[in-house]
Design a protein around this ligand. Structure first.
Ligand SMILES: Cc1cc2nc3c(=O)[nH]c(=O)nc-3n(C[C@H](O)[C@H](O)[C@H](O)COP(=O)(O)O)c2cc1C
Length: 319
């Protein structure tokens, strides 16, 4: 998620679930081809399986960027056909591509020719006054014919005229049934649903209709929910029973990052929701907000913040 997630956040989330697939924020083909690749694409080996999300529409640039991503070791290339921001619209990528299914399919075909790893598409159910039945079918059938290995569908339209990106994540109504119908029509294609899914319990409900569930804001704002993913959704052992235990496992990574010049706050900013609902959560947040932002702040600031949380408190599991 642009401006929210980054590699530090993904390391943190990976400690809570070994099984969930993690996605980068959208990176444009222009940035990947012309920018500082090590900074943009570098990640920690612990993050696997991790997908690189691309923003772009020029098939050649998409193919070049996908190959760069594959060479960096990403496990999947995902194309963004859902981002509604003006910046993105002007560049002819993101959600406005829902109106250009042929161009998206050409991009997918070009990426499939360039890489061996899976290529997937994340889209909306339509934009503006499009009919979601026709618009989603056109996009989905086009990219599947071009070789897309899965579809992730944010189950609402994007309204490109008049709404901010934030409003476009809340105001257009959710239509989960539209995504369920897509899955029913495409039994052989993995369909992953996204949008407004607030808990593991809700995710389980969706899994009766589709192959996968993607969590955005719930995962970021209440990361403790991820502690329940492996046990509840994959029938596997949870890597950590508590946030305290996950943080203990994260300390060596944090020490390494600090030694490499990363500021503590760049990492701890992702921890705001870590102890949601647990006694001491507010003191934890305040300590990080006050002490963690100072230049030279070390890992001890995080240790002190964790010590303010009730030791017996276990993060509520997958509520
Ligand atoms: C701050 C922010 C940044 C986002 N950036 C991206 C992005 O880079 N790529 C993307 O596919 N979706 C992005 N999204 C959308 C989410 O991935 C997701 O589709 C949307 O928030 C709905 O799912 P949710 O209700 O689980 O959050 C972003 C969402 C937020 C809140």
């Amino acid at each position: 998620m642009m401006d929210w997630t980054d590699r530090h956040c993904r390391v943190f989330h990976r400690l809570m679930t070994r099984r969930a697939r993690l996605y980068t924020e959208m990176l444009t083909t222009g940035a990947i081809i012309h920018g500082d690749r090590a900074r943009l694409l570098g990640y920690d080996a612990s993050e696997h399986p991790v997908a690189l999300q691309l923003g772009g529409s020029n098939p050649l640039d998409l193919a070049t960027s996908a190959k760069i991503g594959e060479d960096f070791g990403y496990d999947e290339i995902n194309l963004n056909v859902g981002c509604p921001s003006d910046r993105v619209k002007d560049g002819r990528f993101g959600a406005c591509l829902m109106a250009e299914p042929k161009l998206v399919a050409d991009g997918v075909a070009a990426m499939k020719r360039a890489v061996k790893i899976p290529v997937t598409v994340k889209c909306r159910i339509g934009i503006d006054d499009q009919d979601p039945e026709a618009a989603l079918d056109a996009l989905a059938h086009g990219v599947i014919a071009a070789g897309s290995d899965a579809l992730i569908v944010h189950a609402r339209k994007a309204w490109l005229n008049g709404l901010s990106p934030k409003e476009n994540r809340d105001i257009p109504p959710l239509d989960y049934d539209r995504v369920y119908r897509l899955k029913a029509a495409l039994p052989d294609v993995p369909v992953i649903i996204n949008g407004g899914i607030a808990s593991i319990a809700e995710a389980k409900e969706h899994l009766r209709h589709v192959d996968g569930v993607m969590l955005g804001r719930a995962a970021y704002q209440e990361p403790w929910r991820l502690l329940g993913v492996d046990a509840e959704l994959f029938g596997a052992v949870a890597p950590h029973a508590t946030m305290q235990s996950a943080f203990a496992a994260m300390m060596p990574y944090i020490e390494r990052a600090l030694a490499g010049g990363t500021r503590l706050h760049s990492i701890t900013r992702h921890f705001v929701g870590a102890f949601h609902g647990v006694p001491g959560a507010r003191a934890f947040r305040r300590h990080l907000a006050e002490k963690g932002v100072k230049a030279g702040a070390g890992a001890d600031v995080l240790r002190e913040a964790i010590a303010l949380v009730d030791e017996r408190a276990t993060a509520p599991m997958a509520a």
